[in-house]
Ligand binder design. Structure first.
Ligand code: MTE
Length: 311
């Protein structure tokens, strides 16, 4: 089991003020350059409209979010995904199979999928189970938009997300860290919740490979590992699907994995977190909020459930 509580922030991770803006300008200029498939490329700008539910908190500097990543298919060090994914992951052509208990099963090309509904900017808090957090401006649309179009049947109770597992593109698959492919799941009502975002970009541009290009899911009230990257299949099922981390260690990782400061991980407390880039080396960790601060929107999904047992 490799997920561990993270050590305190390194001085090198603290990005000076202004770097975000400078980087944005650089990205805009770079986006004008030729697109070179398979290489570390300039990101393309995405046109969006402001979405609801965005936090007013300051976004984490993009260079941090793009270099301090969890994407075990590329290795378990935080720098491995940004080192290998831009060179190795081919994000076009790319298809996402949407099937199972639905009236209209369909395989979408990712560019088709991207045009299914208007893209929105959504600034969400991301809380990793390891104890760090970030504020990320994602670009996407509610997963519900896709769900409505494929029309789940009465027997669809859960949604399973399956992600790419290609040993030719993903050197991390050589290590049996989890039972590949990385798979996740949500209850259908969680998948339909307006906060759940089918995500194609961040910081106004297409997703970097290391952050789950070309399409991932983002579920902001759950620990980050529920937000599966580089999706190839979305399947509607009757029974609760097995998920990668739950299979790897059911005592430590549950199906729901809602952010809950009252329920400690068996090996560390979940009461506090450190915010990447903004909490200085000696700054106090900040308290973690129930449902990662989204209780008002999502608590009613869990009425009557014992969240200490169904974690
Ligand atoms: N998706 C896949 N396919 N593989 C992974 O290893 N890691 C998860 C999640 N999605 C992971 C994944 C974890 S533990 C976290 S915290 C988030 O991605 C991190 O997303 P970020 O690197 O874009 O911040």
């Amino acid at each position: 089991m490799l997920i561990t509580a993270s050590p305190d922030v390194k001085a090198s991770e603290i990005t000076p003020r202004g770097v975000y803006e400078a980087r944005r300008q650089f990205l805009k200029a770079a986006a004008a350059l030729a697109f070179a498939p398979g290489a570390a490329v300039a990101r393309q700008a995405l046109s969006t409209k402001p979405g609801p539910y965005s936090t007013m908190e300051k976004a984490t500097p993009p260079d941090l979010v793009m270099s301090y990543c969890n994407f075990y298919e590329f290795g378990t060090d935080k720098e491995d995904p940004s080192r290998y994914a831009p060179k190795m992951l081919r994000t076009r052509p790319w298809t996402v199979q949407v099937d199972g208990a639905v009236k209209n099963p369909r395989t979408f090309g990712v560019d088709e999928l991207l045009k299914l509904a208007p893209l929105e900017d959504r600034v969400y808090r991301l809380r990793c189970v390891e104890g760090w957090s970030a504020v990320v401006p994602w670009v996407g649309f509610p997963l519900a938009e896709l769900v409505k179009r494929v029309e789940p049947t009465g027997s669809a109770k859960f949604v399973e997300f399956v992600t790419l597992a290609d040993p030719k593109q993903m050197p991390g698959l050589r290590a049996p860290v989890i039972d590949w492919p990385y798979a996740e799941g949500l209850r259908l009502d969680e998948a339909m919740h307006p906060l759940t975002l089918l995500t194609f970009g961040m910081y106004g541009e297409i997703l970097p490979e290391q952050n789950g290009a070309p399409v991932r899911v983002v579920v902001p009230w759950k620990y980050g590992f529920k937000s599966a990257k580089s999706l190839v299949r979305i399947r509607f099922v009757e029974r609760q699907p097995a998920t990668a981390w739950q299979k790897a260690n059911p005592d430590e990782y549950g199906f729901y994995s809602n952010v809950n400061p009252e329920r400690d991980h068996p090996r560390w407390s979940q009461k506090t977190e450190r915010r990447l880039g903004t909490d200085g080396l000696f700054a106090r960790r900040r308290p973690t909020l129930m449902f990662n601060g989204y209780a008002e929107q999502v608590a009613s999904l869990y009425t009557g459930m014992d969240l200490m047992k169904q974690f």
